[in-house]
Design a protein around this ligand. Structure first.
Ligand SMILES: [Zn+2]
Length: 198
């Protein structure tokens, strides 16, 4: 299904297309979780080819590595499919990144969680229609008036980024769900726990 709210809000990307420091250990960790989520269909692509879902880990320099834009179609990713987010500005809807893939505008949702909760080192964003409908307003949910790709949704996420549940339903981003944790496997367990519940 096409996401009418995705992709047309002006997003400013400052992209330095070059390799970044990406350890094999970090790569294997993030890529194996990404593969699990791809296999469940929580990350993937719609029939029209538009990809959805992404995941990230915080680095020692307080930057974060995120699966790149337009990678949802691929079962297996390489290091070149990831991007390092160096800097961002929520209010200007801008991101500065390095890597051979671009960081998507959804990176700002990840950024605001890292900024708001220093204990968080991993963030996962998936799309799932039934799961989204089931948990909308039952789990911590952002205001539906705050639409995808706007500073408003980031500020909504900020309010919810310190809950022990580790999950946020994006009220204004249909199908959108975020989980976060101290470690990536914790964020993965949270999203799979709710996914397996129905
Ligand atoms: Zn999304």
């Amino acid at each position: 299904m096409k996401q009418p709210d995705e992709g047309y809000i002006k997003f400013n990307l400052n992209w330095d297309k070059k390799a970044f420091n990406f350890s094999d250990q970090d790569f294997s960790q993030i890529n194996s979780t990404r593969k699990n989520l791809f296999e469940t269909g929580l990350i993937g692509a719609y029939p029209d080819g538009i990809g959805f879902g992404n995941l990230s880990i915080r680095t020692e320099k307080n930057e974060f590595i995120i699966s790149g834009s337009a990678t949802g179609n691929f079962e297996n990713l390489t290091k070149e499919h990831y991007s390092l987010v160096k800097d961002y500005d929520i209010h200007k809807n801008s991101v500065r990144c390095e890597g051979f893939s671009k960081a998507s505008s959804e990176s700002l949702s990840h950024a605001i969680i890292y900024e708001s909760n220093p204990k968080v080192n991993a963030v996962i964003h998936v799309h799932h229609n039934d799961m989204w409908k089931k948990y909308l307003n039952h789990l911590p949910t952002t205001n539906k008036k705050a639409e995808f790709g706007t500073p408003e949704i980031a500020l909504e996420i900020k309010k919810l980024a310190n809950q022990s549940s580790g999950i946020i339903i994006m009220g204004g981003h249909r199908e959108g769900i975020i989980s976060y944790g101290k470690f990536l496997n914790e964020a993965e367990e949270i999203i799979l726990k709710y996914f397996n519940k129905f």
